[in-house]
Ligand binder design. Structure first.
Ligand code: BES
Ligand code: MN
Ligand code: ZN
Length: 495
């Protein structure tokens, strides 16, 4: 799908389809007013009949509207004008995108980015329109023997209100498409079955990115991890026939002396729980336990697309967590790369075990900030549901930066406490620390565990267990938190 930016009158736009908004109750947006005028009140008559009330997310397709150059006109309900904020704008854009890709129109022009949305500028509105539209049009049929028919939609023109907005519109579009490309990659990796998307496959995909964008790539093998004494990561990997990998990607486009931002992504390509095996119901969804890793690769794709002037490192510890005669057992004590010993009381709390060694490894890059991203705890889903990512940090300024990025992208996160008080839940009779802290505050004690390995760093942890994928009928990867991470990197790069 080709996107472009234009400034043209709605009624003059020659395309298979144009998209314009209608507020509730029955109030036309600016583009709709222009069309109403050239069509002698055609839209007003439709509103009068009650076929379109302007309710948020409703759509109505009209054909051969008098005086309009386009063949079809899609009316999109926007809800009440004063209530049109970020969430409502995205919902209207998504509803429009669904109707557009469901139609037979090849070329479409959208007039939705013209709509005022609080204080958001035209670049934001265009970026969000591109991202949400690409998201709504995403399909994953690579594993079907016969892929679905391609969409008719081949071009989407996004209209901006004035000629003076063209430049900002272009900038927003570039950014939105780069984020969408990163999300697409993260979604594909998440949705791929765990017999395809193995640690080796993730390393190969990192190789493709490195080739395409000139990143530096290093893949550490089991023997390298042994030399580095990564006992925690190696402990988790013991139950699997798939070799573990530690993937290290570097994008060095910032000043030479600039300390890098390091992103660390959990890459468990399947989490059966190990000896502390999970119940069978919905266990297939544990193929998504590498979505942290996927979001790091996705954010690097966005970085590469935009060529951001910043230094960034991606570190991905990846392996499977399976039961086996050789697997780590409850009661085993592992020695992490940091030297801290860990009593494994539950082999299903494996994410923190692979992450702690990756965080220690990342110290060598002297990070300006380290952010880890992980589908870490079911408890986070209980706490925040599927809307917000859990944010934990040992640094208020870094937490603030990430929250700003999350608000600006609507890829929302919510800060959780990391008080010292919770640490005692992790005490062990036999090692320096236990890998579980009991049922209470499960997402916080998981973050507390990680914090013990990030003491020397400005560090934040994103628990994406509730936000990285959807269950049920719409089962699939969401591509989150690629928008948040990309925005964070853009902020750091001064964009
Ligand atoms: N990958 C899971 C977390 C998870 C579970 C994410 C369900 C999304 C949905 C993680 O490795 C895990 O199993 N965590 C345990 C920790 C517990 C044993 C302390 C959990 O959340 O139950
Ligand atoms: Mn687990
Ligand atoms: Zn897991």
């Amino acid at each position: 799908m080709e996107f472009s930016i234009k400034n043209i009158k709605a009624e003059k736009q020659r395309s298979d389809l144009i998209v314009v908004g209608v507020y509730e109750p029955k109030k036309l947006s600016a583009a709709a007013v222009a069309i109403d005028q050239v069509s002698n009140g055609y839209l007003t008559s439709i509103l009068k009949r009650g076929d379109m009330q302007g309710k948020l997310g409703t759509t109505l397709m009209l054909y051969s509207v008098p005086g309009v150059a386009a063949q079809r006109l899609l009316l999109v309900g926007l809800g009440r004008e004063r209530d049109l904020h970020e969430r409502e704008y995205r919902q209207a854009v998504r509803a429009a995108a669904k109707a557009v890709v469901g139609s037979t129109a090849g070329s479409t022009a959208s007039f939705l980015a013209e709509l005022p949305v609080g204080k958001r500028d035209i670049a934001w509105r265009v970026a969000q329109l591109a991202e949400v539209t690409r998201d709504a049009a995403y399909r994953f049929d690579r594993m079907k023997s016969k892929p679905a028919d391609p969409y008719a939609l081949s071009s989407l023109t996004v209209n901006v209100p004035t000629k003076a907005d063209l430049e900002q519109g272009e900038a927003g579009l570039r950014q939105g498409l780069a984020v969408a490309a990163g999300m697409d990659l993260a979604k594909d990796l998440g949705n791929l079955p765990p017999n395809v998307c193995t640690p080796t496959y993730l390393a190969e995909q990192a190789g493709e990115l490195a080739k395409g964008y000139g990143f530096k790539l290093e893949v550490l093998e089991r023997e390298d991890m042994e030399k580095l004494k990564m006992g925690a990561l190696l402990g988790v990997a013991r139950g699997s026939r798939q070799p573990p990998k530690l993937i290290v990607l570097q994008h060095n486009k910032g000043p030479k002396d600039q300390r890098p931002v390091v992103l660390v992504g959990k890459g468990i390509t399947f989490d059966a729980g190990g000896i502390s095996i999970k119940p069978s119901a919905d266990m297939d969804e544990m193929k998504y336990d590498m979505c942290g890793a996927a979001s790091v690769l996705g954010a690097f794709k966005t970085l590469g697309e935009l060529g951001l002037p910043i230094n960034a490192v991606g570190v991905i510890p990846t392996c499977e967590n399976l039961p086996d005669g050789n697997a780590v057992k409850p009661g085993d004590v592992l020695t992490s790369m940091s030297g801290q010993t860990i009593e494994v009381l539950n082999t299903d709390a494996e994410g923190r075990l692979i992450l702690c060694d990756a965080i220690t490894y990342a110290e060598r890059f002297n990070p300006a900030a380290l952010v880890d991203i992980a589908t870490l705890t079911g408890a986070c889903v209980i706490a925040l549901g599927h809307h917000a990512t859990g944010l934990f940090s040992n640094n208020d300024a870094l937490a603030k930066e990430l929250l700003k990025a999350s608000e600006d992208t609507f890829d929302r996160a919510w800060r959780m406490p990391l008080w010292e008080d919770y640490q005692e839940q992790l005490s062990s009779n036999f090692a320096d620390v236990a890998n579980i802290g009991g049922r209470a505050a499960g997402s916080i004690t998981a973050a507390c565990f990680l914090s013990r390995f990030a003491k020397k760093l400005d560090w934040a942890h994103l628990d994406i267990a509730g936000t990285a994928w959807k269950s049920g009928k719409e089962k699939g990867s969401t591509g989150r938190p690629v928008p948040l991470l990309a925005q964070f990197l853009m902020q750091r790069a001064g964009r």
